[in-house]
Write a protein that binds this ligand. Structure first.
Ligand SMILES: Cc1cc2nc3c(=O)[nH]c(=O)nc-3n(C[C@H](O)[C@H](O)[C@H](O)COP(=O)(O)OP(=O)(O)OC[C@H]3O[C@@H](n4cnc5c(N)ncnc54)[C@H](O)[C@@H]3O)c2cc1C
Length: 290
């Protein structure tokens, strides 16, 4: 029997329109989307992710239907000419207000902007955006969430700007008995100010990214943390949990640091949130030359 990919997904394609664009900091834009059916959006907070389909000109007519199930919108996407196909990117729901038929997404604009960063930077109220997210009509289970700490009361949350919306969602939902250490890397520390202001209860350290690029501040900061409390955290077993998200190559190195200090891999969620393809290409060129 052939598997039908995404057949059991709770995601549908919400047809939305930009209501407001708000600059949070030099590198961050909060974009409020509204849609006739966003009252069905099943928002669960934490690191809940959605897929956005970025228009490459007007959307093809195949997408002129609200609430297409995920298996169907992906089929239509695959059948669209590559030149007209919307670019797919993952984002975190910053806030969902189904009663007001609204969701907010917080976009970090990369220094070398790809389609999503460019869209966020130039978009005006009234523009259309297709968002694939869970429908409360299809499932009442939390959907699109990776954060899974069990009963842990001590946590490490670490990431770069792309992870700030998820870290905000996670840290603001932690119970009063949970102590989280939050380690952030930012090219411009003022891009962390809005996040730090939202999380007064937790120890938040912001490290400025250095000229060596992604990971240049996060790696040494997490290494320092492992030296100070890695062994103690490992000994806590299920009372400890780590959530890490940053550039794909860097997140693997962070995960190795934690495992190297004895922390059970099962107590660590680590995820690449973006790929620095330009950096990888430079590295390949250096290797060829060298
Ligand atoms: C689950 C999840 C949740 C996320 N949530 C958020 C969120 O809430 N907010 C947020 O800001 N981000 C979030 N991200 C990260 C976001 O999806 C990425 O940053 C995304 O890649 C940005 O898309 P883009 O089109 O702007 O850039 P992309 O095209 O994806 O490129 C990203 C970067 O890669 C490099 N690059 C890629 N291709 C080239 C090329 N051909 N030449 C040169 N350089 C290149 C550039 O440095 C560029 O800036 C999330 C990711 C995941 C997986």
């Amino acid at each position: 029997m052939t598997a039908r990919p995404f057949h059991s997904s709770a995601n549908v394609l919400f047809d939305t329109v930009v209501r407001q664009v708000q600059r949070l900091s030099p590198g961050f834009l909060r974009i409020t989307l509204t849609g006739a059916h966003l009252n069905q959006f099943a928002g669960h907070g934490l690191d809940q992710r959605v897929k956005i389909l970025l228009p490459n000109g007007p959307y093809p007519a195949a997408f002129d239907h609200d609430l297409l199930p995920e298996s169907e919108w992906r089929r239509r996407w695959r059948n669209t000419d590559a030149a007209d196909r919307p670019a797919l990117r993952s984002y975190t729901i910053s806030t969902a207000r189904p009663d007001h038929r609204e969701v907010d997404l917080d976009f970090y604009v990369h220094a070398r902007p790809g389609p999503a960063s460019s869209w966020a930077e130039t978009v005006q109220p009234g523009a259309r955006l297709l968002v694939s997210g869970p429908s409360s009509r299809l499932s009442d289970q939390p959907y699109g969430i990776q954060f899974s700490p069990g009963t842990a009361s001590r946590m490490l949350l670490a990431g770069d700007e792309t992870a700030f919306p998820a870290i905000r969602g996670i840290a603001s939902a932690l119970g009063p008995s949970v102590r989280a250490t939050i380690i952030l890397e930012a090219g411009d520390p003022s891009d962390a100010a809005w996040l730090v202001a939202d999380l007064p209860r937790h120890a938040v350290a912001v490290h400025r990214r250095g000229p060596d690029g992604s990971g240049s501040a996060l790696m040494p900061a997490v290494a320092e943390w492992t030296r100070a409390v890695g062994a103690d955290s490992a000994a806590r077993g299920t009372d400890f949990y780590a959530w890490l998200a940053t550039e794909s190559a860097q997140v693997a190195r962070l995960r190795d640091l934690l495992h190297g200090s004895g922390i059970d891999p099962a107590r660590v969620h680590s995820q690449g949130y973006w790929n620095d393809r330009a950096r990888a290409a430079e590295h390949r060129a250096e290797v060829r030359v060298g």
